[in-house]
Design a protein around this ligand. Structure first.
Ligand SMILES: [Zn+2]
Length: 354
């Protein structure tokens, strides 16, 4: 092995301000520091080497807290190079604006990917971990808020309500003979703001409006289908997913801006303002189709629902509409009626379950 170059330099023991002359040399994996008082050896990898800036002295920290200071930057860099020490990749990168640009783009791509895939993945995973008791509490809280905003007491006869509830219950029981269906409770409400609509909240709170019941009076199986769609959202915990996602986003924003105070307060409002993803809607539709089919009802009964909602929308447009109040998680707000109509019309019998 060739003899490595030596560099006379200055050392501070880290306790006193007294500079001591030293002599530096790299031997294999070690930095060898020769002082008047003796020789010290440090693993090269454990030294925090001076960052390479264009000006100023070079200061390196040693693992025991002592320091090497070298006034002549050029001399130091030349010695490092001659000793076969490569600049740390990070330092080299930082000197190149091009690399900086690449790093920035990479960061944006990374954040974008985290946003697109990481947040949904994480919120889904966390939503599945929420205990049922907390799910119910969040649902109750959301229910209170939506009740204030959108709902009035139902004007439907109690008998009609009970008949629809019983019809849905028996369909659920036929579809889940083992009793493995998610827990649910059904409430009927008049709602000027929401028109003909239905929605579900975490914990299994399902609401259907008088207008929707009246729109489908002669199609009670379609009502069952709508309720099954809502039960699908409960089963997949889509409402919780929205809440968790909003908390993650506001928590992230809180971390970035250094203020997380608003983050818990915003959670209940999420349910009034956010929409489920198209994937979530497809999953809820598939749940509904399966439930209908297993309970002995053709999923194509849902076609009547989509047709009448569409007619209703056209009438509303002629009348100038219901106003701008919408609840994105409610079923009439979901986009893609055509695709969904086709889905239920063309639903294929699933293979017999083992
Ligand atoms: Zn839905």
């Amino acid at each position: 092995m060739n003899a490595m170059p030596r560099l006379p330099s200055t050392w501070f023991d880290g306790r006193s301000p007294r500079a001591q002359a030293c002599d530096l040399c790299i031997e294999g994996e070690e930095l060898v520091l020769t002082l008047e008082s003796g020789v010290r050896r440090y693993p090269v990898r454990e030294v925090r080497w001076a960052e390479r800036r264009s000006h100023g002295q070079r200061q390196s920290e040693l693992p025991d807290g002592s320091l090497i200071q070298h006034a002549d930057a050029g001399e130091w860099d030349a010695w490092r190079q001659a000793s076969g020490q490569r600049e740390g990749a990070v330092v080299g990168w930082m000197q190149s604006w091009r690399a900086t640009l690449v790093a920035m783009v990479a960061s944006v791509v990374f954040l974008g990917a985290a946003w697109t895939w990481g947040v949904p993945w994480l919120s889904q995973a966390l939503a599945q971990q929420v205990p049922h008791s907390l799910e119910v509490r969040l649902g109750e809280q959301g229910m209170q808020q939506l009740d204030r905003l959108f709902l009035q007491p139902s004007a439907l006869p109690a008998q009609q309500q009970e008949a629809l509830r019983t019809r849905f219950r028996s369909a659920v029981e036929r579809a889940f003979p083992e009793g493995s269906s998610p827990a649910w409770q059904l409430a009927f409400h008049r709602s000027q703001a929401l028109g003909a609509n239905a929605f579900a909240l975490p914990g299994g709170f399902i609401v259907i409006t008088d207008d929707l019941v009246n729109l489908l009076t002669d199609q009670p199986d379609a009502i069952t289908g709508v309720l099954a769609h809502e039960l699908g959202h409960v089963h997949h915990r889509h409402g919780l997913d929205l809440m968790v996602r909003a908390s993650l986003v506001s928590a992230l924003v809180g971390v970035v801006l250094g203020d997380a105070s608003g983050f818990l307060a915003s959670v209940p409002a999420t349910l009034a303002t956010q929409a489920y993803s198209r994937d979530a809607e497809r999953a809820a539709d598939a749940f509904a189709a399966q439930l209908l089919e297993r309970s002995g009802v053709s999923p194509s009964v849902m076609v009547a629902f989509f047709e009448r909602i569409r007619q209703q929308e056209e009438t509303d447009q002629d009348d100038g509409g219901h106003g701008d109040t919408t609840l994105p998680i409610a079923i009439a707000s979901h986009p893609g009626h055509d695709e969904r109509t086709r889905f239920f019309r063309e639903w294929q019998r699933e293979p017999a379950r083992p």
